[in-house]
Design a protein around this ligand. Structure first.
Ligand code: ARG
Length: 246
């Protein structure tokens, strides 16, 4: 039985499965600019830094790309574990907890957290002023964990499935502040938007691509090679500046 099991389809490696299928299935959660944004006219309905990286990986593997967008960031790891997707590319920070349930690629982006309030707000100047305040976070993210671990005085933490929903809650006066990844916060700052960043919280996070822990050594090795090539060739810089505001 053990020997027969060795011939079963389930024993194909993660990379073999993708190649046989001729398609790479990437899970993401849009509304997280400049990494993933909904755009009906984009291939797969989502565009941004992560989607260009996804396309580069699919191209290098010589397979088609399918994007599965989830309206709730916090379900991505479960989708990965259930085999619904081959990898998560979603500005996902490599953390010890997530390392228990997924294998990460090498890091491809560094980020911190940022505290964002309305331009009109005069009483929140830093995280020290959040006592009793209502703070929006993207559900199941490192912003949420930062509050849980470091800001016990926050009055109420409101989780939203997408990052863009946290900003809508802020402009709609449903919350007093947002704590979110710094590059995403920066993306929302403009002359015409009502937001300002009052503090950057140096959490020193690194984004990685999450893959299944199940028989994925060859896929992880391949993805790391592709990422290294993107970084060494300068292509990653190009992708990042293409989507980042001047
Ligand atoms: N970097 C943070 C984390 O890993 C936030 C990621 C949110 N990504 C997204 N596509 N909504 O927890």
């Amino acid at each position: 039985i053990v020997l027969m099991g060795g011939l079963g389809a389930d024993d194909k490696s993660a990379l073999e499965k993708i190649k046989d299928r001729g398609k790479l299935v990437v899970g993401t959660s849009a509304g997280f600019p400049p990494f993933e944004m909904l755009n009906t006219s984009a291939a797969g309905g989502v565009e941004g830094i992560d989607m260009d990286v996804a396309k580069a990986i699919a191209d290098a593997l010589d397979v088609e790309l399918e994007i599965k967008n989830y309206d709730d960031f916090s379900v991505l790891i479960t989708a990965l574990q259930n085999g619904k997707i081959d990898m998560v590319i979603a500005g996902m920070t490599i953390t010890d907890d997530r390392n228990e349930s997924a294998t990460f690629s090498m890091p491809y982006y560094k980020a911190d957290q940022a505290l964002v309030v309305l331009k009109s707000n005069t009483d929140i100047l830093s995280t020290a002023d959040l006592a009793g305040k209502v703070v929006a976070v993207n559900t199941g993210t490192t912003g949420q964990y930062y509050i849980e671990d470091n800001l016990p005085d926050v009055g109420e933490m409101k989780p939203y499935g997408t990052a863009s929903d946290t900003f809508q809650a802020l402009s709609g006066n449903k919350v007093d502040a947002v704590i979110i990844d710094s590059p995403v916060a920066a993306n929302y700052i403009s002359d015409t938007n009502p937001y300002k960043i009052v503090e950057t919280i140096e959490t020193n996070e690194f984004y990685g691509i999450a893959m299944s822990k199940n028989n994925s050594e060859d896929l992880v090795t391949e993805v790391n090679k592709i990422l290294e090539d993107l970084i060494d060739s300068g292509e990653m810089e190009k992708i990042i500046s293409k989507w980042s505001q001047a």
